[in-house]
Ligand binder design. Structure first.
Ligand code: GCW
Length: 726
């Protein structure tokens, strides 16, 4: 970390520096950029020997930031400061730059690295062994430096290097659902890190560390405000604040984006309408875009939630999503900005299955959007459930760029008290075959633009970041931020590899820690599916807060917010029939996918109740009845949390006491909550099945009414005075 005067440092940064002096206390502020001292002396000596000299001319702000990072990392891990030289003089040298900063590099950087790729290579130059980090651009150098540091953080050899990498996705973006009053919609890690009141005067150290962390994993965009947007963000006084953030982010290759409210021309501009075809409205947006780019020349563009959950949009004026998106695209095009237009739309006035609505609304506009529009689609058709089938739109809009939207913040995954490593969820969706161009048309290939090279490509993650000292609330929730960055860079990366890297960089290289902890991380999402929504159940959480079980919810403001709408349990059985005899949502997929999930012989247990309504006595592959299988999964899920906490208990002494104890306590909370989920759900569903809970299982602790009457006050993530659930 670069040196900053104490005067300008915020409290968390001070605490972070305090933590350095005490190896037993680590509040997690440094994320995966711990740069812990390498205690294996022969290894450290070998690294030092190979990094004696450095040629790293750094004129630009971004190269200066990359160089500062390299020095911070080497100092932390190896107590090493390579001698800065201009020529290879002796010993072993690391040479870092672009063809612009080092003439010699003009022949060694292939065009194929693109504008963000890098190579890291061992080379013999002037008979001297060197390590070369080269790229076409400063951004590429920065990514190369972070990845070189990762090699040392994960204790890899650096004597024979030959690596090259580049991002497969262009726009790798975090979406913050942060409100201007610093509450965060669905945020479970404190308040918004953007201190709007103190901006632009105070540039918090947190902004810099946030940008560093993002750059280290390749994230190159940040949408700083909630998609349920406040028009105020586009006012001059807020644009000045946004500019201050953009100035920090720029050094780390991150562009800033804003969520905009479609009715801003009315609310902010005093116009009578926000009709996208109205000339005055078009002019208002074009002028606004010009104004924004005067503040922020590299502004990224707009994210828009329109005609969804009460937000205004083009349909409010009888226009279409394409009319709205294209109008904004025209305003941004002269400045090379993009529009990320969300497909998360559903309307309770539409009698059709909510599952089908986004497809129904967007599919007709395939190919009708301007070149700088990308449609942002949630991974699944409903809403970030513990498990969802992939969204049918991924297989249905071949002529439109589609951007993946994952949710890192754990709205439906136990908030920030449950350990849920989400990379397996991401991978499951990304590797699903859409069959859009025949077998082998994985979602990952669709969003990489494999089927249409002209497309712009993107992946967004709804951020799980707040003012908590450790940023994400749960020390292991940091892994979801980390994994998102890695998979946005390359959607085909393995969750296991990412988990191992993250554990080593965040905690320790000790295999006695990494191996068992990685194992339970990889299992953790399935555990949560088991104790919340096994066998394809979905959306049975507490109404509005989405905290805790609420399968009995049947009186929410609108039918498609009721749990009963989704599970459809009755005395005959359970599940949502989405085959031809039901809502026929399956017809939105390619015939192969429709047949696979639609046929009970092939539909995996994991997706069963997403697509089928089955009797309680239906015979499962295991030989159990559906009822027994459901009970089995609920008990297995809660039990696996117990197993996980037993494994964690054995990790004592392998890492710092502070994070060890915090995770230990969190696991106890998770175990209690998993048990509540289990007991509440089996008791509730039993009122329909009328079948017994096997004698081998411990009896639920309380009667069903106890769970139904549980109240949770001031649940985080919903803001305002909306304090109660269930
Ligand atoms: O998941 C739902 C959330 C809303 C959210 C909405 C969306 C920002 O419950 O809080 O609003 O999705 O994605 O727009």
């Amino acid at each position: 970390m670069a040196k900053y005067s104490i005067k300008n440092m915020c409290l968390p940064a001070l605490l972070f520096f305090a933590a350095i002096n005490n190896v037993y206390a680590d509040n997690g502020y440094k994320l995966w950029l711990e740069y812990n001292k390498i205690t294996n002396s022969p290894l450290a000596a070998a690294y030092r020997q190979q990094l004696q000299y450095m040629i790293f001319p750094a004129q630009s702000d971004q190269l200066k930031a990359a160089k500062a990072e390299l020095l911070t990392g080497l100092d932390g891990m190896l107590a090493l400061k390579p001698t800065d030289t201009k020529n290879i003089t002796g010993g072993q040298t690391i040479i870092i730059g672009t063809p612009r900063t080092l003439n010699a590099f003009s022949t060694i950087v292939p065009d194929s690295l693109g504008s963000e790729g890098y190579l890291i290579k061992t080379a013999l130059i002037n008979q001297k062994k060197c390590i070369v980090i080269a790229a076409n651009t400063d951004a590429g150098v920065m990514y190369g430096v972070f990845n070189f540091l990762k090699l040392i953080q994960t204790n890899q050899p650096i004597n024979k290097l030959d690596l090259a990498d580049h991002p497969r996705i262009m726009y790798r973006v975090l979406d913050h659902w942060d409100n201007l009053n610093r509450t965060i919609e669905r945020g479970y890690a404190g308040s918004s890190i953007w201190n709007w009141h103190k901006l632009p005067g105070i540039v918090d150290q947190r902004y810099i560390d946030y940008a560093r962390a993002n750059a280290s994993i390749g994230i190159n965009g940040s949408v700083v405000n909630n998609v349920n947007a406040d028009a105020l963000i586009l006012s001059p006084s807020y644009l000045l604040k946004v500019q201050a953030l953009a100035n920090v982010f720029r050094r780390y290759g991150i562009r800033i984006y804003l969520s905009v409210k479609f009715s801003s021309p009315v609310e902010l501009g005093g116009l009578k309408t926000a009709d996208p075809l109205d000339p005055a409205v078009k002019k208002w947006w074009a002028d606004k875009a010009d104004e924004i780019y005067r503040y922020i020349p590299d502004f990224g563009g707009f994210l828009v939630k329109a005609n969804s959950e009460g937000q205004p949009g083009p349909q409010s004026y009888g226009r279409t999503h394409a009319d709205g998106a294209n109008m904004l695209a025209d305003a941004l095009a002269p400045h090379h900005g993009i529009v990320m237009w969300r497909a998360f739309v559903y309307d309770n006035k539409v009698p059709d299955d909510r599952f089908k609505q986004a497809y129904n609304e967007f599919k007709p506009f395939d190919g009708k959007f301007k070149d700088n529009v990308i449609i942002q689609v949630k991974n699944g058709p409903i809403d970030f459930q513990p498990r969802e089938p992939f969204h049918p739109l991924f297989g249905a809009m071949p002529n439109t760029p589609l951007m993946m939207e994952f949710q890192l913040t754990q709205e439906y995954l136990g908030f920030s008290t449950h350990l849920v490593y989400e990379a397996p969820l991401f991978a499951e969706c990304l590797q699903s075959d859409t069959y859009t161009q025949g077998k082998g048309s994985a979602v990952a290939r669709v969003i990489k633009g494999d089927f249409n090279k002209k497309l712009i490509t993107g992946m967004a993650g709804v951020a799980n970041i707040g003012t908590d000292l450790n940023w994400c609330g749960h020390p292991f929730a940091q892994a979801n931020w980390y994994a998102f960055g890695r998979m946005a860079w390359n959607p085909d990366q393995s969750p296991a590899v990412i988990a191992a890297d993250w554990l080593k960089m965040t905690f320790t290289n000790d295999a006695g820690f990494v191996s068992p902890v990685k194992k339970f991380m990889l299992q953790s999402r399935e555990n949560t599916v088991d104790y919340m929504t096994p066998l394809g159940l979905h959306h049975i959480m507490g109404v509005s807060t989405h905290y805790g079980p609420g399968p009995w919810t049947d009186n929410a403001g609108r039918p498609d917010w009721n749990a009963t709408y989704y599970h459809r349990a009755d005395s005959a059985g359970i599940g949502f029939d989405r085959t031809g005899t039901g809502s026929n949502a399956l017809s939105q997929y390619a015939p192969e996918v429709k047949a696979y999930w639609g046929n009970l012989q092939t539909c995996p247990d994991e997706y069963l109740l997403w697509f089928h309504h089955l009797s309680w006595t239906y015979k499962m592959r295991s030989g159990r009845s559906l009822w027994d299988e459901l009970v089995h999964h609920y008990y297995m899920g809660a039990d696996s949390v117990k197993q996980m906490s037993l494994t964690w208990g054995k990790m004592q002494g392998k890492i710092d006491a502070e994070r060890f104890t915090e995770v230990k306590q969190l696991m106890q909370v998770q175990l209690n909550e998993a048990t509540t989920w289990r007991d509440a759900c089996v008791l509730y569903f039993q009122t329909f099945s009328k079948m017994p809970i096997g004698a081998a299982y411990p009896k639920p602790q309380y009667p069903l009414n106890y769970y139904k009457s549980m109240k949770f006050y001031y649940v985080p993530g919903i803001g305002g005075n909306n304090y109660m659930t269930n």
